[in-house]
Every structure is written in structure tokens, then in C-alpha cells.
Design a protein around this ligand. Structure first.
Ligand SMILES: [Zn+2]
Length: 144
């Protein structure tokens, strides 16, 4: 995986622990007051976050491999942490807004927190079966 360096994300990521398992990712989310659920979100969408009265909530596609679930969870967590305040406003106004930048920041954050084992699993998907597809259009949809 190849990320352009994003210094302000790297700086923020230093405040967070390295994540070695899905359980650790869930503990981190919980410590930040973010509830996480697993649903079958079909073949396009990896995860989303929504704002409820009870607080931010992340849904992760249960079809994903564990390492992918961690990546998605941390990616959505980055949106909650860094993009939460303005995303809904922008969406409501229908403003052109830089999804790509925020997606790159979220991916960067997720990658920086993922431990070595998770990274290896992530980069070596099994031949058979459906996995995370970076080419899917999901990133362009509402705050995926
Ligand atoms: Zn995203």
C-alpha cells in the first residue's frame, strides 16, 4: 500500500496505540465513545459511520476478513475523530467537497495504527473469496 505522506495525520496517529487485533480496535473505539456494529453491508460498502443521538456509531461489513475489519474500523474512526464536525454540514449543503483528501487521511491513519501482522494479512488476501476492493465505487458514496 502506498500512501503519500500526510504529516498532520502521522502526528495525530502518534497519540494512539498500535492495533494488533480486531479486539484491540474495538477497545479503542469504545474508549473513544464510538459504538461499533457488524452487519452484512453487501459487496460494495466496507463500512460507514452515522451520527445518532447517542453518539457516533460505526457499522463494519461482517463479510470482511478480520484485518480488513480493523482497517475499515480505524478508517471510519479517523472520520469520526478528524472529519466529524463538518461532513454532515457539507453533505447537507450539497457542497463540492474533497472526499478524496479525507479518504486518504482516513486510510493513512488506519495504516499507521495497524500492527505488522495485520498489515501483512491485509496485503496478502486469499486467492478465493471476496475481499476488500480498493477499486469499488464505495469510496465515492456518502461518507463510506
Ligand atoms: Zn472513508
Amino acid at each position: 500500500m502506498d500512501f503519500p505522506p500526510i504529516p498532520h495525520i502521522a502526528k495525530k496517529a502518534k497519540d494512539f496505540p498500535t492495533i494488533h487485533s480486531l479486539d484491540e480496535a474495538l477497545v479503542l473505539a469504545e474508549s473513544l465513545g464510538v459504538k461499533v456494529d457488524f452487519f452484512d453491508l453487501g459487496e460494495e460498502l466496507q463500512g460507514v459511520f452515522v451520527e445518532l443521538h447517542s453518539g457516533p456509531r460505526i457499522a463494519v461489513n461482517e463479510r470482511l476478513r478480520d484485518c480488513e475489519k480493523v482497517q475499515v474500523l480505524l478508517h471510519e474512526l479517523a472520520h469520526v475523530l478528524f472529519h466529524y464536525d463538518h461532513c454532515f454540514l457539507n453533505y447537507r449543503l450539497g457542497a463540492e467537497f474533497d472526499y478524496r483528501r479525507e479518504e486518504r487521511e482516513a486510510d493513512c491513519f488506519a495504516w499507521l495504527l495497524m500492527g505488522e501482522g495485520l498489515r501483512e494479512d491485509y496485503l496478502n488476501p486469499p486467492e478465493e473469496g471476496w475481499g476488500y476492493s480498493r477499486e469499488s465505487g464505495a469510496e465515492d458514496s456518502l461518507y463510506g
